[in-house]
Design a protein. Structure first.
Length: 65
C-alpha cells in the first residue's frame, strides 16, 4: 500500500450523503460537520476506486503521486 493513492473529495459537489463513509471497509473516511472527510488516507487500497464509483454526485477522485 502506498501513501500516494487516496481519495480526494470535491466539496463543491459533495452533498454529504455519506455513501463513501458507509461503503469503505478500510476505515479511510471519517466525518466532520456532517460530511465525509479522508481521515486515514494511508488505509486506502492501491487502485481501489470503489467509493469513486458509487458516489452519486461524482465528488470523489483519487490522487496518485
Amino acid at each position: 500500500m502506498t501513501k500516494d493513492w487516496y481519495p480526494v473529495i470535491d466539496y463543491s459537489k459533495c452533498k454529504g450523503c455519506m455513501t463513501c463513509f458507509k461503503f469503505c471497509p478500510h476505515g479511510v473516511y471519517g466525518t466532520k460537520d456532517e460530511k465525509p472527510v479522508v481521515a486515514n488516507p494511508g488505509a486506502c487500497i492501491d487502485m481501489c476506486r470503489g467509493c469513486e464509483k458509487i458516489c452519486p454526485e461524482k465528488a470523489i477522485t483519487h490522487h496518485s503521486g
